[in-house]
Write a protein that binds this ligand. Structure first.
Ligand SMILES: [Zn+2]
Length: 402
């Protein structure tokens, strides 16, 4: 569904010479499929591309050669297997286009300029003083985008669009945030006003789904068809790749791990319900846990981390407890979808030394049969620029889809 906004495209069909269409019916889809394969798994030879996609080598050659002529794919190096002529390797010409990704967080807007392989070229950030006001946040996001366009790497003629990542329930088709507990937003249009302010096509998506796409294409999810990305920090999020596809559910709500109920009558959650996982395993839960264990409430979560690392018993206990809660939730997740990998990310993944052991113990103890043995638990610490890079991947994903 693309109601109400401009689709992002890099004009693969428009720029490529006409013979690309002789690949037959569905040539646009084949072109997008091959481009995505080279983008995420390159460098690859034409033979490897044919093997990976199940297409014939002549189809690969027919579709790929115009992409090379149009400057989207470059030949690089050689690959030789056994006897026969070595084959040239193909990779995406990453600098052919640039993309901007924006992370909207409480109090901060972070933007990155990336190339087509989501390599970060430039980072800009603005602090917000007007609390959670949507108009102020969108105007700050526009300022960040314009800053990036004006940077020496900006090259507006190469820019194809802006991706915005928001924590919460997002309707990408309509370009709006349906509900974001962390920003306190309900029914806020983002793509249209930001696009109008910057003149660039704009896509908005759930920030964790966007990060999952980045992991799948360029990170720890490469080559892993079924994995879960679980983010810990101010909130708890989850992005799912099932059988090689991003799974967002029937209305974009899949993966709300932070709001699975874990206490019948627990603390009130930011979502308005009680006893959600976020009430026992988020940053706020750790701060409250320190008080419950007899310590003074630290001024910030960073102070809590420092205290725990310095050996403070109350702080250490709070992280251990958070790890147990998270580990049980990971077992629930694993028992549901049987992932080959769980990537633990988000801001608080940097404190894995404090909660990792209790998390892993609880995860293994509550996993059904071989679910945890069949799954690798890996950690990838995420800062604001990486969140924004994930949002840039939303643009690349849409552009590649053609
Ligand atoms: Zn909740």
């Amino acid at each position: 569904m693309t109601v109400g906004r401009e689709r992002i495209t890099i004009g693969l069909a428009a720029d490529a010479p006409a013979q690309a269409t002789t690949a037959g019916a569905g040539a646009d889809g084949t072109r997008a499929q091959l481009f995505a394969e080279v983008l995420t798994a390159g460098p690859l030879s034409r033979t490897q591309l044919a093997q990976r996609t199940g297409l014939s080598q002549s189809t690969v050659t027919k579709v790929v050669n115009p992409l090379i002529e149009a400057g989207y794919v470059a030949e690089t190096g050689e690959h030789s297997v056994g006897v026969g002529r070595p084959q040239r390797l193909l990779e995406v010409a990453a600098s052919r286009h640039a993309v901007i990704g924006v992370k909207l967080a409480p109090g901060t807007v972070t933007g990155v300029l990336t190339d087509l392989r989501a390599q970060v070229l430039c980072v800009r950030e603005r602090r917000l003083t007007a609390g959670h006001d949507p108009a102020a946040a969108i105007s700050a996001a526009a300022a960040v985008v314009l800053d990036l366009m004006a940077s020496d790497r900006g090259a507006p003629d190469r820019l194809i669009g802006v991706g915005v990542g928001v924590g919460g329930h997002v309707d990408p088709g309509a370009g709006r945030v349906v509900h974001s507990g962390i920003l306190g937003w309900d029914e806020v249009a983002v793509a249209a006003p930001l696009g109008a302010a910057t003149g660039l096509p704009t896509v908005v998506g759930n920030d964790v789904d966007a990060l999952a796409v980045a992991e799948r294409w360029f990170g720890l999810g490469r080559g892993v068809d079924t994995f879960a990305l679980v983010t810990v920090g101010p909130g708890i999020g989850c992005g799912l790749f099932l059988g090689g596809e991003l799974f967002t559910g029937s209305s974009g709500l899949a993966g709300e791990l932070g709001h699975i109920p874990v206490r019948a009558d627990g603390e009130e959650c930011g979502c308005g319900r009680r006893g959600c996982l976020e009430t026992v395993a988020s940053d706020e839960a750790i701060l409250r846990g320190i008080e419950r264990a007899g310590g003074a409430r630290p001024a910030s979560i960073e102070d809590a981390v420092r205290l725990a690392r310095a050996g403070d018993a109350a702080a250490a206990a709070a992280f251990t407890s958070m790890g147990e809660e998270l580990g049980r939730a990971l077992a629930t997740l694993g028992n549901l979808i049987n992932p080959a990998r769980i990537i633990l990310a988000g801001e608080r993944a940097d404190a894995f030394d404090l909660f990792g052991q209790s998390c892993e113990n609880a995860w293994r103890a509550h996993s059904f049969s071989t679910a945890s043995r069949d799954c690798a638990l890996t950690v990838d610490v995420t800062d604001d620029a990486q969140w924004a890079r994930g949002a840039a991947c939303l643009v690349i994903r849409e552009a590649v889809a053609g």
